[in-house]
Design a protein around this ligand. Structure first.
Ligand code: XMP
Length: 509
């Protein structure tokens, strides 16, 4: 079975579509629309999905070659992709008042794509343009309350359009639609299902084939799942020639460096540990601008890493835990505004003259977790929340001081502990505490005590592109508040952040 190709029209959902297809068992990659024809010509494509996007077919030329519809490969157009299909095949698209959010649709005809759906379903829509008349011969499978075409198909070919977004979790039967598409339209058999865990032997073989005899592979490990899985894969491939290096930048949560070291050593990794916290913290002290802090952390990291690397004879490679979204984004952010310059070790190989290994570059995070499981990583490590490279440096607001860092360290630990105790840790994307310069008057005993305001941020998210905050029980919030104000010196007030992303980002700076 070949792969699915998702033409990325710039919607924020293209990655979600690829993830849903992979979950349904069909390996999927993203491609630029203008590449589609070439990709199909090269072969090995089992399905094409045209994603949603911010554009309008009423205003722009179609940049997809019409021949892609004649290749005999099943096609699914979603939102903009649905309108694009209509336009390419002779239907009519018009601008309307739009449908946004949960929307009722009514099924008119049975079809393999929609098998298992009720006659009426709630789906998630986000569109202004709509397909006013379908291409000649097309069957309308479902309509919305407004009477717009919600799903349609070609009479004689496996070409489908849906106006709604089956990839988002708000469309309750969205996963079922992808499963139907993959199993009933594309015809994937159970034995052909893509399974990230089964890729492990191949990944290990490829690492072994790349690394020459006697060459060593450095791996910068942070205790996060991506770098740990990378290190274990490299160690399985080249044994003792894998050299994991853990740099303590002093910006971890309380107790974390010790935990990271012991869990890495528990996995049989012979980790080189470098405590460079003083060097990082003395350079960060007093710096107000977060981007400047990111730069300092990145640069200091590279410097420390280079010193360690220069002492390791035979070091020729650097293995990084780069994931598929990073690969796509680094190639395709056309004019996108840089909101935050996320620090990773991307600049290192050039500095060090090392060749790069990226064994996880084809995978999404949930797939890396599946790989971690077959490698025998403990569940606790696999489910750890993402932690920013510059660590708590991005959770201190205003001037960077050691006092505020200390508060963020202890407070973040307490927030995590309380979420674990409530059984919520694994249900949220991230949970932490941030601290700035705002002060609040308190009473300690009978005396006036002025102290910091600590902000608790707990978010649910699928990919960190958007995020929402959960309504935590009063009991949990109260416990967090009383522990923070009694156990963390200098804290008088605790606030809970209640703004989604967007407009706010997840980290405070
Ligand atoms: P924002 O704050 O941009 O965060 O909504 C999105 C995700 O990225 C993480 N993050 C970072 N990760 N280096 C990283 O490696 C960084 O500088 C950085 N800043 C934010 C953040 O924790 C969230 O998961």
């Amino acid at each position: 079975m070949g792969k699915a190709v998702v033409a990325n029209f710039g919607g924020q959902y293209a990655h979600l579509i690829a993830r849903r297809l992979r979950e349904a068992g069909l390996y999927a990659v993203l491609a630029q629309p203008e590449e589609l024809e070439d990709v199909l010509r090269r072969g090995g494509v089992a399905a094409v999905v045209l994603s949603g996007g911010p554009r309008s077919v009423l205003e722009e030329e179609v940049e997809v070659a019409p021949s892609i519809l004649d290749a005999g490969v099943p096609v699914l157009g979603i939102c903009y992709g649905h309108q694009l299909l209509a336009k390419m095949l002779g239907g009519r698209v018009e601008r309307g008042p739009g449908e946004y959010g949960d929307t009722k649709v009514r099924l008119l005809e049975g079809d393999p794509l929609l098998e298992g759906l009720d006659r009426e379903e709630v789906v998630w829509m986000s569109h202004g343009d709509y397909v006013a008349s379908p291409p000649p011969g097309f069957k309308v499978l479902a309509v919305s309350e407004r009477g717009y075409i919600a799903a349609m198909r070609s009479p004689d070919r496996p070409i489908y359009g849906v106006q709604f977004h089956p990839e988002v979790s708000h469309t309750a039967k969205g996963r079922l639609i992808f499963r139907n598409f993959v199993e009933k339209v594309v015809g994937l058999a159970p034995s052909q299902r893509w399974d990230p865990a089964s890729q492990v032997p191949g990944i290990i073989d490829r690492i072994r084939a790349a690394v020459g005899p006697g060459e060593k592979v450095l791996v910068a490990v942070s205790g996060g799942v991506d770098s740990t899985v990378t290190a274990v894969l490299v160690a399985r491939a080249v044994g003792g020639r894998a050299v994991p290096i853990f740099v303590n930048h002093g910006l971890f949560r309380e107790g974390e460096p010790e935990e990271v070291l012991s869990s890495l050593r528990g996995l049989g990794l012979d980790v080189v540990y470098v405590d460079a916290s003083e060097r990082f913290l003395s350079r960060l002290e007093g710096i107000e601008d977060c981007e400047e802090r990111r730069r300092i952390v990145g640069e200091t990291f590279a410097e420390v890493f280079a010193e360690v690397a220069s002492r390791i004879e035979g070091a020729k490679w650097l293995a990084q835990g780069t994931l598929y979204p990073d690969v796509v984004e680094s190639g395709a952010v056309k004019g996108a505004d840089r909101i935050k310059s996320h620090h990773n070790v991307a600049g290192l190989p050039r500095w060090l003259g090392l060749k790069v290994l990226e064994p996880l570059r084809d995978f999404y995070k949930d797939e890396v977790r599946a790989i971690g499981r077959v490698l025998g990583l403990p569940e606790e490590l696999i489910n750890r929340h993402p932690f920013p490279g510059p660590g708590l440096a991005v959770r201190v607001m205003g001037r960077f001081t050691r006092e505020k860092l200390e508060i963020a360290k202890r407070a973040s630990r307490i927030v995590e502990e309380e979420l674990r105790r409530a059984g919520l840790y694994d249900k949220v994307w991230q949970a932490f505490a941030a601290v700035g310069d705002d002060k609040w008057v308190g009473v300690k005993g009978d005396a006036r005590a002025v102290g910091h305001v600590v902000i608790i941020r707990v978010v649910q998210s699928e990919d960190a592109m958007t995020a929402d905050w959960p309504q935590l029980d009063k009991e949990i919030l109260s416990r967090i508040s009383s522990r923070l104000t009694s156990e963390v010196p200098g804290v008088v007030m605790v606030a809970y952040a209640i703004t989604q992303k967007p407009p706010a980002t997840i980290e405070p700076c």
